[in-house]
Design a protein around this ligand. Structure first.
Ligand code: PFF
Ligand code: NA
Length: 440
């Protein structure tokens, strides 16, 4: 087998992991899922889920990947637990499932980058969104997004992924802070802040059964868990790196960027609609494209430039996430069958493009793919991974966690017990509530 690539620097790994984590989940999805699930109550449960469940889980995936130094499927084999390769397989499937519609939304972002330059949506963002989010145009831009993703993956981790993510994080933060400050100065944004930041405990108490599973699954989606992505990226990592430090950084940055995006989108929705709009075009999946786009639309020529910049940065964030999904299957086929990297990346990109045309044709399909991912695939895949790390791989996982971790290593035992109890129960409940919600 050919010599495996590694990250050239520690920052390379952290940035790529952050690049995988930070994406449409934070900027597009988190704000509208918050708006659909009671505002601040959802934010509160999400923050708890990210720290109490997401962080220990991501550490588990890092520990698998770095020890095995192999793709997310064969990693289980190399750790001498071949039966558990099904967990890797389920993760791989979940990631591909998600990528099929993630790419459709990525296509919308490309469309809006161009639409900003031409002023295409300046006449009315809701109508524009309705026109470009489904149908032939959506399919064309979905194809373009998928081709870009496959193109980057084809170049391999050093030249493609590492470089593509270096500039993304600082620019995302900068743009979101700027827009959040701007939204704050607008008339009518005031009520958004109590909606977004002050939890309605009655709402929470009455809707716990839906808020919990959505928030926990949102944390998984947002942290790229249960899809082999973090296992794969950690497999290119060297042994002197501190997993707890890297995990903390990834979870922290990812959470920060989600919260920031909410501080942009939710106030802008209030400015435009004086409440959270119920229609699919104004709220829901359209929220980002209607509310934020509206601001640029009102700013004339400046708006064209700012809008193009903003959507371009969102595009980079989406691409650096999408490549981590496609990298999972590519790494597998390259490691295992010695397939050509370029052919593998474009081959799977093509298949997923075809699957995604359903979501691009009609947003109802997109919603269905998303619901199945959230309610069943993600929690099921994470649950199996947690069982594996907690019980099957436990002592070795602890050893791996201590490696290169300095002072943080002494908490490794606490971590494994936390995984076996709090995380296990939390994910089990999430899966149960998710599966039963499908039949409701
Ligand atoms: N974490 C990404 C986001 O929040 O947009 C989405 C994602 C990327 C999910 C990569 C899964 C993954 F493997
Ligand atoms: Na994310």
């Amino acid at each position: 087998m050919a010599q495996r690539e590694t990250w050239t620097t520690r920052a390379g790994f952290v940035l790529a992991a952050v690049g995988s984590a930070v994406g449409l989940g934070n900027i597009w999805q988190f704000p509208f899922k918050t708006a659909e699930n009671g505002g601040a109550a959802f934010v509160l449960v999400y923050l708890l889920a990210a720290v109490l469940i997401g962080l220990p889980t991501i550490l588990g995936e890092f520990a698998i990947g770095r020890r095995a130094k192999l793709n997310a499927v064969e990693a289980f084999d190399r750790l001498d637990h071949p039966a558990w390769t099904v967990v890797g397989g389920l993760g791989l499937f979940t990631g591909l499932w998600i990528l099929s519609y993630y790419s459709v939304v990525g296509g919308w972002v490309i469309r809006y980058t161009i639409g900003s330059l031409t002023g295409g949506y300046f006449g009315g963002t809701a109508a524009y969104f309705g026109a470009v989010s489904a149908g032939w145009e959506a399919i064309a831009f979905h194809a373009l997004f998928m081709a870009l993703t496959a193109g980057i993956v084809a170049f391999g981790i050093e030249d493609g992924i590492e470089k593509a993510t270096k500039l993304m994080v600082p620019s995302v933060v900068l743009m979101l802070v700027g827009l959040a400050v701007y939204a704050f100065t607008l008339d009518g944004s005031g009520p958004a802040y109590s909606y977004y930041l002050s939890p309605d405990m009655d709402y929470l108490a009455n809707n716990l059964g839906s808020v919990i599973p959505f928030a926990v699954s949102q944390a998984f989606f947002s942290l790229s868990l249960g899809m082999g992505a973090m296992i794969t990226y950690a497999s290119y990592l060297s042994d002197d790196d501190s997993l707890p430090a890297d995990g903390g950084l990834v979870v922290g940055l990812n959470t920060l960027i989600g919260v920031l995006a909410g501080l942009v989108v939710i106030p802008l929705l209030f400015v435009q609609f004086s409440q959270i709009p119920e229609t699919a075009a104004g709220g829901g999946p359209g929220a980002l494209f209607v509310s934020v786009a509206q601001v640029f639309g009102g700013l004339g020529i400046t708006g064209r430039i700012l809008g193009a910049l903003f959507f371009f940065v969102v595009l980079i964030a989406a691409l650096s996430s999408a490549i981590s999904l496609l990298e999972v299957v590519t790494a597998y086929c390259v490691d295992r069958y010695e397939w050509n990297r370029m052919a593998t990346a474009f081959g799977f990109g093509g298949v997923l493009f075809l699957l995604g045309t359903l979501s691009a044709w009609d947003t109802a399909w997109l919603g269905w793919f998303d619901t199945l991912a959230y309610s069943v695939l993600l929690p099921a895949s994470v649950l199996l991974g947690v069982i594996f790390v907690g019980w099957v791989y436990g002592p070795e996982a602890v050893e791996e966690m201590e490696k290169g971790a300095d002072g943080a290593g002494q908490y490794a035992t606490l971590w494994i017990w936390w995984l076996r109890t709090v995380v296990f129960v939390g994910v089990l409940v999430t899966l149960y509530l998710g599966v039963t919600s499908i039949y409701a």
